[in-house]
Design a protein around this ligand. Structure first.
Ligand code: XIL
Length: 407
């Protein structure tokens, strides 16, 4: 038996036909294909929802299929810089992440420097009483909802943006931001070549506010975004700096993105790429993605799809968006009818759009390697199932690469 298999493998024609398709090879002429990785994938051992053996298989799949990695949590402020002061940084897991990427020759993305979520309270704390008008800040799950949102959220601390105590001044907060960015970006200079500098600063909904009413906005003012990009550029002038947000398939949110980026460009802020998270659902078609990419591309910057997953849960068709405060509601209950086929159709359509816009789209990152480790596990949103078997959506994605090369 062994002999037959190895003879087949030695015959060039058979080998090509039988070789399993690989995402990173299929799209190599267009864009990098990456995945978010959790801590256990880069340190080894048992993981959240995974035994050590399963984790090893997840890592094997990651190395086989993907050529780029993003850290699912370990470079967020809450994790990498939980305390104030000189010994306030915990770099161990982030170092493992970066070393994993270097030893496997993958492109390494840093996620994320400035965000309203997963940021510890000390960052915003000071001696200034909050203004009476600002008591109703960004809706935040704070302590209570972190507990009800399940272990995924509770595990990563309480800093979800609900700080209500006395505040830092604008100058203090900018100084903390600058120190944080310089220390973290500086440490991985030349290794992490792409950074999500500001994450999710745009307001949701159809209101007239462009920016989310976060503590960053309230304390610093709208120029906190430009400042973050300036500090990151000082720390590593060669890094590609992204603005990253979700919901950009929605025309209203997209208008806000375009307004924000134009403002930053007018200020000459060093924004080098647009990150579109793309936490979407099975009703996202080729047309919707094509329209989104067409409009975003008018900004003249590369587009990176940064956190792709396609929610198949019924609840995820009603609750769109990707605010982590509401995540529990978006992936629960039953899947939509015919979920495998709908997922395959959606993935085929959006990859057709990515390939069509290949002059702009330079990176596509899935938010996880398989359904079991996904933050929306119940929505079965990825190309591989919990046993790392490719789903029909995987074939649909590979088919788009073949179609584009046969044209
Ligand atoms: C999510 C992680 O996947 C979870 O493990 C964590 O509990 C919450 O954050 N937008 C982002 C990502 O920019 O950082 C979020 O990641 C998903 C939404």
């Amino acid at each position: 038996m062994w002999l037959i298999v190895s003879t087949l493998a030695l015959s060039p024609g058979v080998e090509a036909a039988d070789r399993p398709a690989l995402l990173k090879d299929a799209f190599k002429d267009y864009f990098a294909v990456g995945a978010a990785v959790n801590r256990s994938m880069v340190t080894g051992g048992a993981a959240f929802r995974r035994s050590a053996e399963q984790n090893e298989m997840d890592v094997a799949l990651l190395k086989e299929q993907f050529n780029q990695i993003s850290p699912e949590n370990d470079l967020k402020w809450q994790l990498v810089h939980p305390r104030e002061g000189a010994d306030g940084f915990d770099f161990g897991p982030a170092d493992s992440f970066v070393n994993f990427g270097l030893s496997n020759r993958m492109q390494i993305v840093g996620h994320t420097l400035v965000w309203h979520s997963q940021t510890p309270n000390w960052v915003f704390a000071g001696t200034n009483p909050p203004p009476a008008s600002a008591t109703n800040t960004t809706p935040s799950p704070a302590v209570g909802a972190a507990a009800t949102n399940g272990p995924g959220l509770a595990r990563f601390g309480r800093g979800f943006g609900g700080y209500t105590g006395p505040r830092a001044s604008r100058e203090e907060l900018l100084q903390r931001m600058r120190d944080h960015i310089h220390t973290v970006v500086g440490r991985y200079k030349g290794k992490i070549k792409t950074w999500d500098v500001v994450n999710e600063a745009l307001a949701d909904g159809t209101g007239t506010n462009v920016l989310r009413n976060s503590l960053w906005l309230q304390i610093v003012g709208p120029d906190f975004i430009a400042k973050a990009f300036e500090y990151a550029h000082e720390a590593d002038p060669d890094a590609i700096l992204r603005y990253n947000d979700y919901g950009l398939e929605n025309p209203e949110k997209r208008k806000k993105l375009i307004a924000l980026i134009k403002m930053l460009q007018a200020r000459k802020a060093p924004v080098h790429a647009i990150g579109s998270q793309a936490h979407i659902n099975v009703s996202t078609s080729f047309e919707i993605m094509d329209q989104a990419l067409t409009e975003i591309a008018t900004l003249g910057l590369p587009i990176h799809i940064t956190e792709l997953d396609v929610n198949s849960a019924q609840s995820g068709q009603r609750n769109t968006g990707a605010d982590i405060a509401n995540n529990a509601a978006t992936a629960q209950g039953n899947l939509v009818a015919d979920a495998d086929k709908k997922l395959a159709d959606a993935y085929g359509g959006i990859f057709r759009a990515f390939v069509k816009h290949r002059n702009a789209v330079k990176m596509v990152t899935f938010w996880g390697v398989n359904d079991a480790v996904s933050w929306r596990a119940q929505g079965k949103p990825l190309l591989f199932d919990g046993n790392n078997q490719p789903k029909p959506a995987f074939d649909a994605v590979i088919a788009e690469a073949k179609l584009s090369t046969s044209k």
